[in-house]
Ligand binder design. Structure first.
Ligand SMILES: [Fe+2]
Length: 449
């Protein structure tokens, strides 16, 4: 609690006080939030809520997790009413999540209680009948239930995002609108499971909760496994990337930025989600073959001998050899292998031209050259974005594919590029180098040595 900024503390206390006030009020007005004959329903739904809440699915976004527990809260809206739904939500305080701080538990319990109560109130206000639904009256529940769900889900997200915004530097407005819309829609969809639990209660009682939510729970768990796998892929790629960048002081962060620029071009030319992910990996790993080039050649300041230049030209092939065993890279191999081919056929390693060059390689070539030009190098400062774009334009049709250059310029117009921070002088043991990716400063090769 002491680690929280004061606005977050005030907000936390306000949400807890609101939840407590709602429960005290219902106890005063009705004697108890739930009638004794409904205690078994409360117990089953609270247990279900706890199981789901204890095993949330981690999202790709750091520190964010979701659970399907709210389906149990919404079932409680129908079976028990607002007070019961609030009590079910309150059990989030005792969820089995080792290491979850008490502050987060209290906030989760309180906000779920508030959401459950408000959703239950809306349900009743729209004349939704509280209790086990009768088969012939089920249709009458659908409207009020939909309204309760439409209130519960956005309220839950708004309360949580406000807390995240006050407690961290992440702002709700920083979450992409498309991702937020998908998140909201999928949650509204999951909300229907609460209605199924309530509807089946008349025939199979407590088993209905297991019948409906268990498959859903398994699906969410599988989804979580998929994300965990994606994160381990990302960590593997980042480790390889870091290994390359330790050889080269001035190109730190280059892989990540090439990856970002490549995905901007890929999205602009309409690549699907899976291909964009693959090109992101290809951008990260495009220079991994540098690991197979002697550091003294990479760091040589001045003209290279033919042998040394040949060693540099081998890095795309070396890169392919290094990552060949990584199954999930798919099309990224072609990007790594051919990112130094040129549109006019004068590149390396194969001298491919025009449409012979794989699409991934055409994209990475543009992204690679752009980041190289807009970053500091030992022999020159970073060029402004406008100058780099002009350079790309001049070389479109010779060095670069004009379609990719045009797509990148369109993407940059929409999402302005954030050039990297200026690079301080390197530590004394790290020698300045020439950059083989910089199209404005070609490597000099001296023959006959
Ligand atoms: Fe390269």
């Amino acid at each position: 609690m002491r680690d929280l900024p004061w606005p977050a503390r005030v907000y936390l206390v306000a949400v807890i006080v609101a939840a407590a006030a709602l429960l005290v009020r219902s106890t005063i007005t009705s004697g108890a939030p739930v009638a004794p004959e409904d205690l078994d329903v409360l117990l089953v739904l609270a247990l279900l809520f706890l199981v789901c809440e204890s095993m949330p699915t981690l999202l790709n976004v750091e520190q964010f997790a979701v659970s399907v527990s709210f389906s149990a809260s919404l079932a409680a809206v129908v079976l028990l009413g607002p007070d019961g739904a609030a009590l079910v939500g309150l059990t989030a305080v005792v969820s089995v999540r080792p290491g979850l701080p008490l502050v987060k538990r209290l906030f989760n319990g309180a906000q779920f209680a508030v959401c459950g109560y408000v959703a239950g109130w809306v349900y009743q206000a729209l004349e939704g009948r509280v209790g086990v639904p009768q088969v012939n009256a089920f249709d009458d529940l659908i409207g009020p239930y939909a309204a309760a769900t439409a209130v519960f889900v956005p309220l839950n997200i708004a309360l949580t995002l406000t807390m995240i915004g006050l407690a961290t530097n992440v702002r709700a407005t920083e979450v992409p609108m498309r991702a937020m819309a998908q998140f909201l829609l999928s949650y509204l969809g999951y909300g229907t499971f609460g209605l199924l639990v309530a509807g089946l209660w008349a025939t199979v009682q407590s088993i209905s909760a297991v019948l409906v939510l268990l498959p859903l729970f398994v699906a969410r768990w599988a989804f979580g496994q998929y994300h965990a796998q994606q994160r381990s892929y990302d960590a593997t790629i980042a480790a390889l990337c870091q290994a390359v960048e330790t050889k080269d002081y001035y190109t730190r962060g280059h892989c990540t930025r090439v990856s970002l620029a490549s995905s901007m071009i890929a999205q602009e030319i309409g690549m699907g989600t899976e291909r964009v992910r693959a090109i992101r990996y290809a951008g990260m790993l495009h220079d991994v073959g540098k690991l197979g080039v002697p550091t003294k050649v990479l760091q040589k300041d001045g003209p290279l001998t033919e042998e040394e230049f040949a060693a540099i030209q081998l890095h795309p092939m070396r890169g392919l050899e290094i990552v060949r065993g990584i199954g999930f890279l798919d099309e990224a191999y072609a990007g790594i292998m051919h990112h130094h081919e040129r549109h006019d056929g004068t590149g390396y390693p194969m001298g491919l031209a025009g449409d012979e060059i794989p699409e991934f390689a055409k994209v990475i070539a543009v992204a690679d050259a752009f980041d190289s030009m807009t970053s500091d190098r030992s022999y020159r400062g970073a060029r402004p974005v406008g100058v780099a774009v002009e350079e790309l334009r001049k070389s479109a049709g010779t060095h670069f594919d004009p379609v990719m250059v045009a797509a990148f310029i369109r993407a940059l117009d929409r999402d302005p590029w954030q050039p990297p921070r200026r690079v301080d002088s390197p530590p004394p043991d790290e020698t300045p180098i020439k950059d083989h990716d910089d199209p404005t400063m070609p490597i000099e090769v001296v023959t006959g040595q």
